[in-house]
Design a protein around this ligand. Sequence first.
Ligand SMILES: Cc1cc2nc3c(=O)[nH]c(=O)nc-3n(C[C@H](O)[C@H](O)[C@H](O)COP(=O)(O)O)c2cc1C
Ligand code: SF4
Ligand code: SF4
Length: 263
Amino acid sequence: MKGIIYYYSSTGNTKLAVNYLKNHIHNAEIVLCDIANDNIIECDSYDFVGFASFAEYLGPPTLMKRFIETLSLQNGKPAFVLNTYGRFTGPTQIEFAKQVDARGFKVVAGHSLIMPMNYPPMKRKGKHSTSEPSPKEMSNYDRFIAQIERSITQIEEGEDLKPLLRTFSLKKLVPSMARDKVKKDFGIQQIDQEKCVNCGNCARVCGYNAIEMNPNPVVNHQKCNGCWACYNTCPKKAINAKSFKGEYQYKGPSKELVDRMSK
Ligand SMILES: Cc1cc2nc3c(=O)[nH]c(=O)nc-3n(C[C@H](O)[C@H](O)[C@H](O)COP(=O)(O)O)c2cc1C
Ligand code: SF4
Ligand code: SF4
């Protein structure tokens, strides 16, 4: 059995989570495809497909949504969705499942995994835990992985899998934030040319190709989605957002977390 997981991770949490998942699935060969950085591999020759990303204002990120819309229409190929989040995942998982379902996949499993918060405005408020995922969250994640392994066995045996969407309670959902509001905390970023060393990191991490090095970073504000990846990872704290001047950056999972999730 062969599966492919398409993922988008702005600061590394989701990447760590999908690598953990890949290493813990023993009954299939899994290929990972980073939709922001790798050449896109078609999913036609794979038996199942995973989609993984993070909660961005209570929904899957714009980049993942756009990517899903580019995929050819499927005829019930089994799929699962995974989203990481920092504090409140809300309707992210169901929105994600609906987007994947709309391309003709049959979504059979979904999970939301809490990870460290990478959204500077929430970090400033301090209303998040810095030690996530807890052992309890990790055992829930392990249960999800075991469920995927069971689904793989069922696919192999030609069994019909139950779709996940019917099991969601639509009444419990809160509406996700309108996509045009996503930049409200970020505003129009400015690059502090005094601090900038033209290292090009911001252009590399921007999944929306909104930054070009010329030779200084030049931002195309029309393309910018306010994802904070450039802000979070600028080594010189040279990127200023609406009311932030380099504070509360999230540079990626700590060594402790990477070690913990590499086992
Ligand atoms: C622009 C933006 C919006 C976010 N919105 C949410 C949210 O609505 N709920 C939440 O719990 N976390 C939210 N987060 C936090 C991330 O979902 C979380 O830290 C995630 O693990 C980051 O994954 P990554 O490192 O793979 O990008 C947001 C982060 C960013 C940058
Ligand atoms: S990451 Fe920061 S220092 Fe590097 S080019 Fe971008 S703004 Fe300048
Ligand atoms: S320029 Fe905009 S879209 Fe690109 S990394 Fe920065 S905040 Fe994200």
